[in-house]
Design a protein around this ligand. Structure first.
Ligand code: FES
Length: 105
């Protein structure tokens, strides 16, 4: 696991979702009320690209069937209605260092 600079602090506004790729690993970086979190970018329901989703009230929402995830750890807050259990997203450590937002991949 290595830390990579993904963006600079202040470039993502509150609620913004940014998709990034390091090597073969794609992930999304989110600004949630001034804190940054990173998770895998594909919804675990039907692989919808969560960079097209949105953050509302501290929750990551898939716009396809409205599964909700916790940006902090990728856990499932609610699966799509009638879909049964779905897997959590993979979560990546994030830190801010000298104005750079770094993700450990
Ligand atoms: S693909 Fe995300 S909720 Fe169905």
């Amino acid at each position: 696991m290595t830390w990579y600079k993904v963006t600079e602090e202040g470039k993502l506004k509150d609620g913004d979702i940014f998709k990034a790729k390091v090597g073969e690993t794609e992930f999304i970086l989110m600004n949630v009320s001034g804190k940054y979190y990173a998770t895998s970018h594909l919804c675990t329901h039907e692989d919808y690209d969560l960079s097209e989703g949105f953050v509302d009230n501290g929750t990551l929402i898939c716009p396809n069937h409205f599964a909700t995830f916790d940006p902090k750890d990728g856990s499932v807050l609610s699966p799509p209605e009638g879909a049964g259990d779905i897997s959590p997203l993979k979560s990546f450590p994030v830190k801010v260092e000298n104005g750079s937002v770094m993700v450990e991949v």
